[in-house]
Each structure stands twice: as C-alpha cells, then as structure tokens.
Design a protein around this ligand. Structure first.
Ligand code: CA
Ligand code: CA
Ligand code: CA
Ligand code: CA
Length: 419
C-alpha cells in the first residue's frame, strides 16, 4: 500500500499571522455560543489565527471500491504499534501497525444473520468481550456481531464470528461503556427501524456481555428507550448527567425521511431496574446526529457536545441546566464528533468532519470556559467516523478518519503543542 503524506494545515503563512495579531482583541474574541451567527461570520471573514497544532495527513486505504464508514484502532498483537480495523469491499480488514497492509479477518456473507449484510459495517467499536486481555471487534452490519481476536491476530485465519443481537435492526451506533456500574464493559446500540422490520422499533438498548460469550447466541438485552427514540436515532453517548452516580445515555435523531426526529435527548438511568426517564434537550434540530457528554467549561459539571450531522452546525449544552449554545452554525454535515484534549493543555477540545466528499474537517480549540476557536484540518474529505487515538505512540492524540463516500481511510498526525 502506497503511503501518502500531505501537510493539510494551511494557516501557516507568516503574513497572515502578523495580520491576525494586528486585529483588535474584540475581533479576535473566540467563537462563543451566545452570539453565534455574528461571531461566526466575523471569524470567517478575518485572517485566521495560527493553529497551536498542525496536522499531517496519512493514508491507510487510498481508494476502496465501497464506502468506509467506520474504523477502530488498538495494538492487537502487543508490538507497541497501533493496528486498525476497517470494513469495506464485503470484508473486515486488519491493518497492521508496522506496514498498514490489510489482512482479511472476516467476509460479510449471507447466512450468519437474518438480514443480509452490506458491503461495509455502518459502525464499530472494541471491547475485550472474552476477557482474555485483547480487544475484540464489535460490528454493526444489519445485525450486531463480534469477532474474537485470536492469539495470532495476523495469521490470515478468520476471527471467530458470533452474534451479539440479531433482533434489533437499524443500529447506526455501537458504543462501549460500563452502563450499570459493575466494572464490566457493556454495549449500547440503537434499533431505529420501524415495527415492520423489528420487534424493537424506534428504541435504544444496552447489552450485557454473557457469562460465557463464546457459547452464547444473544447478549442480555435491556431496552431502556422503549419505542421513544423515533426519527432515525443516530449516535449515543454515555455519562452521569445528573450527578447521581449512575451513567445516563444521550442520543440524537436526524429526522427526514424518518418521522419524529430532529431532537437531542438523554435518558436518565433509574436506581432500580425499570424504565429510564427521557429528557429532551432540544427539538427542531434539523439533521441531529452526534452527542457526547464532556465537561467543556471545566466547572466539574458534565456538559454535552453535539452536531447536526445531516444538517448544519456544532453546538453544546451547558450543564447542569443544559442551556443550548451554538459553536459553529455554518459547518456542513458534521456527521462525526470527537471530544478530547487535542492540544494537551488540559481542557476538552472538539473535532468533527463533514460527511460529504467535499467535507471539511475542523477542530475547535477550547479557549476556556466553553469558548471555542475553529481551525481547519482538511478539506474535500468526508467522514462517517472520526476518532481521537494516539496512532503513532508519541503521546498526543491523532485523528483516525473513515472517509465514507471518499472511500478512503486516513489519519491526521498531531504535531503536538507548538506554543
Ligand atoms: Ca479478547
Ligand atoms: Ca445519572
Ligand atoms: Ca485542550
Ligand atoms: Ca500521536
């Protein structure tokens, strides 16, 4: 596989930096949700500030024959190098960290699930399902399944395939987290299809790993959002939003063509097993998709970052009241969302990438107390999955990007803090 490097951050021109420094402090006020449209247009019309970090683009898959919707990374063979798993061209491929060459670990064939799989998983995540110390792969492809990482992950033999849940349908998101606080990882998945397709329509579930996962055909399913997540639910997030010690779950729903969407909401975990209470955060959010709890203003209360990934805009909800504040109302189809400290200064930054082939990848530096400054990372690059992972083991978080319609798989190397 040809490696391809390109410096994509273009805000390095010295004269622009000098120009930026001469602009008044008023104009340099970072993007702030309280006066969004005005600050956004001012920001875009003036010379941009220099990004405190630079991003270098590396290719893992130059050009697939199909979309690449999702990618995950871990050091599966414990050689100190990060390996990548992505699904495309009717297969699931493991790209070894040393040379990134793909090894097929599964074929997406009919007969393993009640619904025929597509050429590529729509989403994926990693959990050590069998507790043997290596990360196993969880994929969503018309069903939810896991692939067991073997002792020799690069032998070329397929990883063992097992079903997680073959009854829920429309799982756009599979996310790992300890839902019930027992110290073991669980899986959260949505089931957004209607009642003609699944007996769990317009719902969201969490699933417990069975005691003997290698000999189980169905994980223990907990339907916490029971038919009250209509409208094409997209991505979920996990966090204790009301500070009662129990993890709660967030979700966004994109709407059209699904009825009842365009909302952000969270479900409150009860003290005892039973129904979870739904709290709507915002309605009329056209194309709402991604939503992640994170403390963005550093006040120790969890806030929530969100994107309207089938529409426009990135925003946050300031906890504990979850007041809605826009960050960028112009960014197109930000169908991914990363909340992480990208510049290593101790606060949580945000990154996203548009979903279309002419999309923009950008990160939003947290300049303190929930104000953000936008910096471009890349243009003409789509995404359905962006993740903050230290890909090169140098201690800073890089960004792994599954290119969706661009049919590529790339990562952006973080230069580390420059100032
Ligand atoms: Ca394992
Ligand atoms: Ca809670
Ligand atoms: Ca930061
Ligand atoms: Ca790194």
């Amino acid at each position: 596989m040809t490696k391809h490097k390109k410096v994509v951050c273009i805000w390095q021109f010295r004269f622009l930096w000098i120009l930026a420094l001469t602009i008044s402090s008023q104009q340099l006020t970072p993007l702030n949700g309280q006066s969004v449209s005005r600050t956004t247009s001012e920001h875009e019309s003036r010379a941009p500030a220099e990004s405190p970090i630079q991003w270098t683009k590396h290719s893992i898959v130059e050009q697939s024959k199909t979309a690449i919707n999702s990618a995950v990374a871990a050091d599966f063979d414990a050689d100190g190098k990060m390996d990548v798993i992505a699904s495309y061209e009717n297969g699931i491929y493991l790209h070894r960290g040393s040379d990134r060459r793909p090894i097929e670990i599964h074929r997406n064939v009919s007969g393993l699930s009640r619904t025929k799989p597509k050429a590529a998983c729509i989403h994926s995540c990693l959990i050590d399902v069998d507790g043997d110390g290596d990360q196993d792969f969880i994929g969503s492809n018309q069903t939810i399944f896991w692939l067991e990482c073997p002792d020799k992950p690069f032998s070329g033999k397929p990883w063992s395939y097992r079903t997680v849940d073959d009854e829920i349908l429309g799982s756009h998101c599979v996310v790992a987290g300890d839902v019930n606080g027992d110290g073991k990882m669980d899986l959260i998945a949505n089931s957004f299809r209607d009642k003609t397709a699944t007996q769990f329509p317009e719902s969201i579930v969490w699933l417990e790993i069975p005691v003997d996962p290698r000999n189980s055909t169905q994980w223990k399913r907990h339907v916490f959002a029971n038919k009250d997540a209509p409208g094409g639910s997209h991505y979920m997030g996990l966090g204790d939003l009301n500070g009662d010690g129990r993890a709660d779950i967030t979700c966004g729903a994109k709407g059209d063509p699904f009825e009842g969407g365009n909302w952000f909401a969270w479900w409150e975990q009860p003290a005892i097993d039973g129904p979870w209470k739904k709290h709507i955060l915002a309605t009329h959010q056209l194309g709402a998709t991604n939503i992640q709890p994170a403390d963005l203003n550093g006040d120790k209360h969890l806030d929530i970052a969100a994107t309207r990934g089938h529409g426009k805009g990135i925003l946050w909800f300031e906890g504990p009241r979850f007041t809605q504040r826009e960050i960028d109302t112009e960014i197109e189809r930000p169908h991914t969302l990363v909340t992480a400290d990208l510049d290593g200064d101790g606060d949580t930054d945000i990154a996203t990438c548009g979903s279309l082939v002419n999309g923009t990848a950008a990160w939003f530096e947290n300049t303190g107390k929930g104000s953000f400054q936008k910096f471009k990372i890349d243009t003409h690059q789509g995404s359905y999955d962006l993740r903050a992972i230290d890909m090169d083991g140098d201690g800073d978080l890089d960004l792994l990007n599954a290119g969706h319609g661009n049919k590529n798989l790339v990562w952006y190397e973080n230069s580390g803090k420059q100032r």
